[in-house]
Write a protein that binds this ligand. Sequence first.
Ligand code: CA
Ligand code: CA
Length: 348
Amino acid sequence: MICRKIAWYVLSGSCLTSFICCTGNTSKQPEEKNAKEETKRIDTVPGKMVWIQGGTFQMGTDDPAFTDAQPMHKITVDGFYMDEHEVTNAEFESFVKATNYKTVAEQKLDTKDYPGVPPESLVPGSGVFSPPGQKVSLNDPLQWWKYIPGANWQHPSGPNSSIEGMYNNPVVHISYDDAVAYAKWAGKRLPTEGEWEYAAQGGRGNQTYYWGNELKPNGKWVANIYQGEFPDKNTAEDGYAGIAPVKSFPANAYGLYDMDGNVWEWCSDFYRPDYYQHSPTTNPRGPSDSYDPQEPGSVKRVQRGGSFICSDEYCVRYKSGSRGNGEIRSGSNNLGFRCVRDSVIIKN
Ligand SMILES: [Ca+2]
Ligand SMILES: [Ca+2]
């Protein structure tokens, strides 16, 4: 996932030394007061959320390409509600209208975070996937990632773009901090990495892809990923060269859409590549802080599921069990989120 530090790298002319491939439901639970003291679980499903029954599963992968997702280990998660799809532009707009919230991509960059960069160059913006138009080395992400001043959730490709007609698309250019702010407003939270993977498996167990072991079951693409030669020849065989409206592809057995592909999704866990070697077996919530040896100075959280620019050629992290990560104040036009909510026990 692109790091907002791309701004520093681009603006300062430095090389990017590492690079990870790579309705706001405001309705409150009823608080009816009844003379009868009775405790019961709310079994009604909140709008656009599905109940994920808790259980035990194998987390991680044996794929040697994903050393930070090893070893495979058995964990148990409690049940929870999960948004059936990625948070959309329409949902995020409801949040912004209600709160006047400004995302990180819309805020001025702090000079102390970007040493050596002239203050006049520190303009709000975000990373945008910008295919170079010719074949390039896959070792240099700056060939296809550009820091675009004025790019943010309302202007996904830059200041001259808008979300008009794209209200059912997942919101993008969302940093971790932005996602947490939305979740709090909606009375929800971000999923833990364990919850996310359990939900993505949809009861299938650990397979190559969350949808199964075949890349194209029955000859059909079942997620919005990248087809063609990366990054300059996107054949869009799945119907979408960029982001797809949510629910454009089939749901998994739990009724969840686009867990694989479309846009990356934030999880609440701090990122550490060795966490699976000692994580708890019940409701793991991630390490107490983050450490990524590739970017040791950055505070990072986990991201999951890959995006519309993931393929077997580049950013293979849409595969089952694989992990992504990102700096918490960074966003890009392939990064969004979805929320979860605990079951609620109330007294009537
Ligand atoms: Ca696609
Ligand atoms: Ca997704």
